[in-house]
Design a protein around this ligand. Structure first.
Ligand code: GTP
Ligand code: MG
Length: 374
């Protein structure tokens, strides 16, 4: 049985496009990440191509490559094409008609991984909403024949249910989900009000940086950790007092990625509000990753997008146990720490910093309360 499953697995061919050759190395890194996303979603990567040219209105890629892809399909058994960039619904449809196989883009892939990893009711609702919002403008053409092209990536909802493809039903479902998510947001708001006077620290960063590992280490919680993209989708909060001068609240939450579909950012707003209400952000960075500077930049972009760009940030350079020497990183005016969340190296120094900031925060809020009392 296991054999049959592997045989029927989707075999994907990946395509990235650089408008100028200057952009090539960025696109190459992005393609490598697309390959990771593809395997995370459960498909095999059969090959990839990086084209340097302006996009073609009809197929996005050049006609020569469309011909080569036909060979990929017949000779190598490719049954899925994944683009690193967003395709217009028309381009997607033209390519699918020319090749006879499913064509998707990075956004659908990310949405699909979120759908597979959603465990809690809240995460499931938020992912489904994002998927439906993404599909709605596409339902006229390309999407409806996904059912003809079979299941797999692009058709899965949370919990492996098939997504609706009827416009009217999709609209009704969107309205229903929005209402339920709004209710959930209100509950979270009430919880947050109860913690108004406490020092709130949120762990944020690129996916797979080690946020949950650090969170577990700081709080002795038992959040799931895995070497894959988007393990954590919901936020977890713990109040700590042991080892700190006052109560402190830690929150672990969903990771960020380059080109995070904006539908996801919108529907995860209530989860991400834990981040926007924090007093301090611990920006966790995997320094063993060659591309970590670019990932810091991308994370900062998402932070600004969700309205958390003004919050105090401490950089946490994580996974130093994987390096022989401390990493050479460009100078930054932000406070930074080198740690290994896995082995615990550097955590004492980080905790001292948190204690000091907590003291200052508590002294400040005491002053504010006294001035109100006067
Ligand atoms: N060597 C080493 N590995 C680490 C360290 N911290 C985390 N990891 C590993 O990195 C992988 C990702 O860790 P997580 O804590 O799940 O990362 P995350 O940032 O929560 O990831 P998402 O929830 O998927 O966004 C796991 O395999 C961890 O064991 C570290 O300090 N050193
Ligand atoms: Mg995590």
């Amino acid at each position: 049985m296991e054999m049959a499953r592997v045989e029927s697995r989707e075999r994907a061919y990946l395509i990235g496009m650089a408008r100028t050759s200057r952009k090539k190395s960025n696109v190459k890194a992005s393609l490598e990440e697309l390959a990771e996303l593809t395997t995370s979603a459960g498909a095999a990567v059969g090959g990839s191509t990086l084209q340097t040219r302006p996009p073609d209105p009809k197929y996005y890629i050049g006609k020569g490559l469309v011909e080569r892809l036909k060979d990929e399909v017949t000779v190598n058994g490719t049954n899925l094409i994944i683009f690193d960039d967003a395709l217009s619904p028309a381009q997607q449809r033209n390519l699918e008609n020319a090749l006879g196989i499913k064509v998707i883009d990075r956004s659908i892939l990310i949405l699909n991984i979120f759908a597979q990893h959603a465990r809690t009711a809240a995460a499931k609702m938020q992912v489904e909403l994002a998927q439906l919002e993404y599909m709605l403008p596409r339902l006229t053409g390309a999407w409806t024949h996904f059912s003809r092209l079979g299941g797999g990536i692009g058709t899965r909802g949370p919990g492996e249910t098939q997504l609706e493809t009827d416009r009217r039903q999709v609209r009704t479902k969107i309205a229903f989900l929005k209402k339920k998510i709004e209710k959930l947001g209100k509950q979270r708001e009430i919880q947050r009000k109860g913690r108004r006077d406490l020092f709130k620290v949120s762990l944020i960063g690129y996916t797979n940086a080690g946020k949950s590992t650090l969170f577990n280490n700081l709080t002795k919680a038992d959040v799931q950790i895995a070497d894959q993209l988007f393990t954590t989708l919901d936020s977890t909060t713990r109040v700590m007092s042991q080892g700190y001068p006052h109560k402190i609240i830690f929150t672990d939450t969903v990771g960020f990625i380059k080109k995070l579909p904006h539908q996801l950012v919108a529907s995860f707003r209530s989860t991400l509000e834990e981040v926007t209400c924090a007093d301090l952000l611990l920006h966790v960075v995997d320094v063993s990753d060659e591309d970590c500077q670019e990932k810091v930049t991308q994370t900062d972009l998402v932070l600004r997008e969700i309205g958390a760009g003004e919050i105090d940030v401490v950089l946490i350079y994580n996974k130093i146990d994987l390096l022989d020497d401390l990493p050479q990183l460009p100078p930054t005016d932000r406070v930074s720490f080198h740690i290994s969340a896995l082995s615990g190296t550097g955590l004492d120094t980080l905790k001292d910093e948190l204690s000091a900031r907590l003291q200052r925060f508590s002294a400040q809020s005491l002053k504010v309360r006294e001035s109100f009392a006067d």
